[in-house]
Design a protein around this ligand. Structure first.
Ligand code: STR
Length: 417
């Protein structure tokens, strides 16, 4: 059949506007539509138009292009007042001054200490703590089994683990973890009314500001205290900047790793032959982690960068002032990068490490090594403790939460034995 859209798509040209579904009812279908739409797809984010990059090679280029910036003031729709704080996704972009929202030399100033604290070498020091948290949560999992033997692997294991780790790193007391989990759940959910979302963000700002003031008065051995302390020669971070970094670390460190751990378990249970390979030691857990990162990315779309000049990409031009999202899920399924079977989960694929799920360029995820350590400890420990682990419901019954940017499930009911 000769379909002009298919032809345009093959040529890498854009074919229409794809409305991103806030209810996330068909994530795989949407991913395919984005990929088919071309290198750059026109998307609609709850009534707000933007571009998204759907291919590995072009995303790699755009992520190092200094003409694309994270400063929301470069966004035409924001300047004109067409987008305001009433837009439900605004909190993903207008998140305060931090390493997440600033570019160039200032970005290096804001980010260096954090990325240096999270190198693989520095992380070796906290490996025993992560192992201890994991063991405790495995005990909790066993204890939380209901009458019928089912337990929610998300609520009892995958969710608290990253919170404990990022809480320890940043110096957030254990007594606050449940509050933070509840607030971020409401923040990300599209079912939360926008006035409630803005109110909870304001509450979180008060919480983090109090914490930073407390650490300023009584510094301890955590990254928040390190961020406060003036660097010899360097310009110290302002309170607003420390707060911005702190909330970015907690939000990102908590939310994304939940997805990584659960998506890996889900993929392995759906592919028992591959689980066997790992349990028999023929393929390493690192391969499971990398292939999960590629195939079922914790971040579906990263919002957003803005063009400070016209930027040509293939046949399209991103006009000055327009917004560009990065669709990491579609990028992980790029045929050019991963071959014609890119939609298949395969821990033995040669390109499993050549994904871009942590981004690229100056803003590349500073927590990448940390999440690999966390998943690399949690997954083998979970399957070693519960070799008979299986889903308590059919896989199709696991539902995604209505979260537009993150790949997040409501619950993950399992049987441990
Ligand atoms: C959530 C709200 C907030 O207070 C601060 C931030 C900044 C970092 C963001 C975070 C956000 C949302 C999830 C992000 C994270 C950085 C990495 C994470 C986008 C906006 C990813 O999903 C990759």
């Amino acid at each position: 059949m000769n379909c002009p859209h298919a032809e345009a798509a093959r040529a890498g040209r854009n074919t229409g506007v794809i409305a991103i579904d806030p209810m996330v009812q068909d994530l795989d279908g949407e991913t395919v539509r984005l990929r088919d739409a071309g290198v750059l797809a026109r998307i609609d984010l709850l009534g707000v138009p933007a571009w998204t990059v759907t291919r590995h090679a072009e995303a790699r280029q755009l992520l190092v292009d200094p003409r694309l910036v994270k400063d929301i003031d470069a966004w035409g729709l924001w300047q004109s007042g067409a987008v305001t704080r009433a837009w439900p996704l605004i909190g993903m972009i207008d998140a305060g001054r931090s390493m997440f929202t600033v570019d160039g030399a200032e970005h290096r100033r804001l980010r260096t200490k954090t990325s240096q604290a999270l190198t693989p070498r520095r992380l070796e020091a906290i490996r025993p703590d992560i192992e201890k948290f994991t063991d405790e949560l495995l005990d909790a999992l066993d204890a939380a089994r209901g009458e019928d033997g089912t337990v929610d692997l998300k609520a009892i294991f995958a969710q608290p683990l990253p919170m404990k780790v990022v809480g320890m790193l940043m110096g957030v007391d254990e007594s606050q973890h449940a509050m933070l989990t509840r607030q971020y759940k409401a923040f990300f959910s599209m079912l939360t009314p926008q006035d409630e979302r803005l109110a909870l963000l304001a509450e979180l700002d008060v919480f983090y500001t109090d914490l930073v003031r407390e650490k300023t008065a009584r510094p301890t051995d955590d990254l928040t205290s390190a961020l406060i302390l003036a660097e010899e020669g360097g310009e110290p971070l302002t309170e607003e900047e420390v707060v911005g970094n702190l909330k970015a670390m907690v939000a990102a460190g908590h939310e994304t790793t939940i997805g990584l751990v659960l998506n890996a378990v889900r993929a392995l249970l759906a592919h028992p032959d591959q689980l066997r390979l790992v349990l028999d030691g023929e393929v390493g857990w690192d391969a499971v982690v990398e292939e999960t990162l590629r195939w079922d990315t914790p971040t579906t779309h990263l919002l957003m960068r803005f063009a400070t000049e016209d930027i040509a990409v293939g046949e399209e031009v991103i006009r000055k002032g327009e917004g560009v999202a990065i669709s990491y899920r579609a990028i992980g399924r790029d045929f050019e990068q991963h071959g014609p079977d890119a939609d298949a989960f395969d821990i033995t694929r040669p390109t499993r490490n050549r994904h871009m799920t942590f981004g690229h360029g100056p803003h590349i995820c500073p927590g990448a090594a940390l999440s690999r350590v966390e998943a690399g400890i949690a997954l083998p420990a979970l399957f070693a403790r519960f070799p008979g682990l299986r889903l308590a419901v059919p896989d199709e019954e696991i539902t995604k939460l209505p979260v537009m940017t993150q790949n997040d499930m409501a619950a993950f009911p399992v049987l441990l034995r």
